[in-house]
Design a protein around this ligand. Structure first.
Ligand code: SF4
Length: 388
């Protein structure tokens, strides 16, 4: 049976971090009426969109954001029950992203009872000075307490999010963060290099040289430390920023790198509709980023009027297939690629592949499969430009 993953975007955050460019709304506390209206809109969108994925097995449900742990366990359960009822749930992975706040920590047993079996805790750092510079709403001690409770609550999988190359952060503090994270024996770690996104307060501060950022050599050293420490603890790198124990890779996240159908619900959520005769490479459906626009349309049954729909052109789909697969350790399977696009990667990017292979950035097997080399991973974004 074909399957589907469902992504639910919850935009509310206690405080908007100065490096964030996600679709978020700052709220000191989430009022019950506001929460109920948002969940009503999510379920209305599910009702309106589910037909495109009829009969599919539900492989994963992912509540991301924003801060979905600002929802009550009752709201999380409402969403889960509705999504399970819309598809064929077959022991799906149910992930909740959470921040280490006190209220959220007290809700952990409730989230577990609501069917969450995988918890992603946005720790980012165990160093208070780094958390302060990142503008995070929590401190290191709150992160430790949250992880301790999470470990004792019975979630099937625990993932910890870390950031490296944050302002003021150096190699030694990255190594300390890794050691603290590993003390909680996570199944999965996402370790992201801080990127300064245009239009954020960090971008402005960076222009004024006010961000105390590590230099290139230090960042390379941090990347090496992340990979080495996590590998030594049994967490292998399976994607540029993601590490897992064998068999504990994120089911939902893999869907994006493998371009499998995802139904996205909520403000700014993106759906990947399955291919059909009019769109042989699938369709991308993007919800508006403005909360009130999306919510009014979802509740009023007029989502089609506000969503942006794109039938993926062959060249766009090819580029995405290449760079998304190259993000993973498994790399780009030439046979699978040729089955969809009519020729292996060499047929479309022969000179680029030869150049990147000569420079030691790309490894090519005899069958034409492609993988980034360790040197290539450090230049991944530049390499992806050759394919899109
Ligand atoms: S908590 Fe996460 S989603 Fe919310 S503002 Fe900070 S970085 Fe963005």
């Amino acid at each position: 049976m074909e399957d589907v993953g469902v992504y639910v975007h919850v935009p509310f955050c206690e405080r908007v971090c100065p490096y964030c460019d996600f679709a978020v709304v700052g709220v000191r506390t989430l009022a019950p009426e506001r929460e109920a209206r948002y969940v009503d809109a999510l379920l209305a969108e599910l009702g309106a969109r589910r037909a495109r994925f009829t009969g599919r097995r539900l492989a994963s449900l992912y509540l991301g954001g924003g801060t979905p742990s600002l929802l009550t366990p009752e709201s999380v359960d409402r969403i889960r029950v509705a999504v399970f009822g819309a598809f064929q749930p077959d022991a799906p992975e149910v992930t909740l992203e959470m921040n280490p706040g006190t209220v959220e920590r007290e809700r952990l047993p409730g989230f577990h009872a609501a069917g969450v079996n995988r918890l992603c805790v946005g720790v980012q750092s165990f160093t208070d000075a780094t958390l302060k510079r990142l503008g995070r709403a929590h401190g290191a001690e709150e992160a430790r307490k949250t992880l301790a409770v999470a470990c004792g609550t019975g979630f099937a999988a625990l993932s910890i999010d870390l950031i490296f190359a944050a302002p003021g952060q150096r190699v030694a503090s990255t190594v300390r963060d890794l050691a603290e994270a590993l003390a909680f024996a996570p199944d999965h770690v996402s370790a992201y290099e801080l990127t300064v996104e245009a239009g954020t307060p960090f971008a402005l501060a960076d222009e004024r040289s006010q961000l105390d950022r590590a230099d290139e050599a230090e960042v390379v050293e941090m990347m090496g430390a992340v990979e080495e420490r996590l590998a030594a603890a049994g967490l292998a790198r399976y994607e540029i920023s993601n590490y897992a124990r064998p068999g504990r890779e994120a089911v939902h996240n893999r869907r994006y790198w493998e371009r499998r159908p995802v139904l996205g619900l909520g403000v700014a959520a993106v759906s990947s509709d399955p291919p059909d005769s009019d769109a042989p490479h699938g369709r991308r459906r993007s919800n508006p980023r403005d909360l009130e626009t999306w919510q009014t349309a979802a509740l009023g049954g007029s989502l089609d009027a506000v969503a942006d729909v794109e039938s993926l052109a062959p060249a766009v789909a090819r580029g995405e297939a290449a760079f998304l697969a190259l993000r993973t350790a498994a790399g780009l399977d030439a046979g699978r690629f040729a089955a969809e696009f009519g020729a292996p990667p060499r047929g479309f990017w022969g000179p680029a592949i030869a150049e990147l292979a000569d420079r030691g950035l790309l490894a090519e097997s005899g069958a034409g499969d492609l993988q980034l080399t360790p040197a290539g991973r450090r230049l991944a974004d530049a390499i992806f430009q050759y394919f899109v």
